[in-house]
Write a protein that binds this ligand. Sequence first.
Ligand code: NHX
Ligand code: ZN
Length: 671
Amino acid sequence: MEQRNSQRPDKKKNGPGLNWIYIILIGALGYILFKGQSDSNNVDKEVSYDTFRSYVAQGYTKAIVVNKSEGVARMTIIPEKIRDVFKQGASTVGKTPSVSSKIPSTDKIDEYLSSVGYKGSIKYEESSGLLGTLIGSVLPILLLALLWIWMFRGAGGSGGAGGIFGVGKSKAKLYEKKDGEQVTFKDVAGQEGAKQEVQEIVDFLKNPKKYTDLGGKIPKGALLVGPPGTGKTLLAKAVAGEADVPFFSMSGSDFVEMFVGVGASRVRDLFRQAKEKAPSIVFIDEIDAVGRARGRNATVGGNDERENTLNQLLTEMDGFGTNSGVIILAATNRVDILDKALLRAGRFDRQIHVDLPDLPERVAIFNVHTKNLKLDGSLDIDLLARQTPGFSGADIANVCNEAALIAARHNHNSVGKQDFLDAIDRIIGGLEKKTKVMTQSEKRTIALHEAGHASVSWLLEYANPLVKVTIVPRGQALGAAWYLPEERSITTREQMLDEICATLGGRAAEELFTGHISSGALNDLETVTKRAYGMVAYLGMSENLPNVCYYDNQEYGFTKPYSEKTGELIDKEVQALIAEQYERAKKILTENKDKHAALANMLAEREVIYREDVEKIFGPRPWKSRGDELLEEQEAANRQRAEQMAEEYQRRKEAEAQQTPPPPPIPTEDE
Ligand code: NHX
Ligand code: ZN
């Protein structure tokens, strides 16, 4: 919608006209260079007047040009005699080499030529070739200089001229107000806290006097910080929409290009445009592309360009006065890697955190995105919101769209609850691959592996509550145990250990019950190793390295922030931690061998089993978490609904049977 009234500013000013000039310039330059070269190929040899005459007499002459004012005659030699005159072939002296000589007078040469009976052409030249030489030698340099100036002006971005082929221009998209088409805060679901903070920026733009009268300074910029898909861009657009000002939007990566100096000039151009339209908002998406901390470890000429761009950005932010009416919003999902200079007071001194939506916010987001869908009565938005912890707004939008597509694929008239649940599974796990062929022993291994996860997690106090276990391939995975992750802001050491243990349960089951371990545990081991490393190196949770954090926010930090010795200790601690949890998983599985085997068999047979089935085998979970309770409530509701539907179906069938008489028996031919 907003795309329609967006435009590339200054398109007309530096449009195609300029490019034509370049093409003509380059063409002319090429022509002159080429021509000059072919001319200079031809040798001109000066000889005495006597020799000159003798060549004419011997018939070597192709044509003669007489320059009256200089008193010089020049003849071109016929191809057959070139070797005689120049002692070299046409390849070195050119196709039309010439011989010239000073002549006593123009009349004398005329006389001589007619006396020897010369019949070839004679041309008379008035002045010297001064103009010709001038054009030949000075013009190319002039053209070059012109081209140079143009390039420089372009790269400089000053005076509104675009660079060479528009490279120095900012690529910012401009969204200007057009009634009814703007994004406003109403379009941003959830994010109440962020909206409130951003509201203040709207006030600054709408009503700056209120603040400046009291001597306050309008902030220059605010940083929107949050994970991807949380609607940072939407929020920035809503600020522009609410404040009713032009909105320049650009991605940080747009600044960086292969030409040197381009990024800086684009920054300059962007701010020039914004100032022209002030009050306005400049939005720089993914500012980490330019704003990463400047090099402690600058590689040879490596990120000079990025640094220049960043410096220009800093300069521009300092440059314009606080009251110029341009406010800069920038979005990033990693503040910690940004250059500290960007976060200094007077620049992006405010940070607005845009977090992943919590439960009520997800309900609100689901409500926004299901508004335009044709729903049936079975939909329970609360349930969907509860099933989607950790989803961003973009993910939820994706779920709603996917649900509609799934419903359409099944030729439903409306989108129902199951379509949404399938859509959620699809988003988390990828596409189901029902057709993938597996050998019997592979299938057994997979069932044992997944049953291992399920059993271990069921019996651990802090492991996430199980939703279902499946051996239907989906995406990259051949099988999976699905959990309902608990929404929590801090995680304890015990919770982490239990999760690591449950994740190792798959491989542990493989080892115990097949006697082999397989490549299938790749992803499990990867997550386990990452978590363990985090616990040891960042969270200070291991025995021999307590309470130290070696977190380093340098993306290209080739040097680790700890000594070699500590590095070794970290590795050892990680290995010990994982080994301990692996043993723990094996112990749990051996103690519950029969139950695990029953689970694996059921899984191999049915392909998908739910927590009720696990509960039937293992009994109720020894420790119930809030997530378990939620899942149990859901189950009860489902059961009730299923019973209701079965009852209804029975009643309808009975009613039908009473109304319509039984069909007459069909006569068969045998009788
Ligand atoms: C593969 N994927 O790519 C197959 C399709 C243990 C039953 N070979 O832990 O699906 O085996 O609890 C190269 C080599 C991924 C690339 C080995 C990519 C292994 C998921 C791991 C179930 N559920 N693992 C799980 C799983 C797999 C993988 C690889 C690779 C499995 C397991 C992937
Ligand atoms: Zn696994």
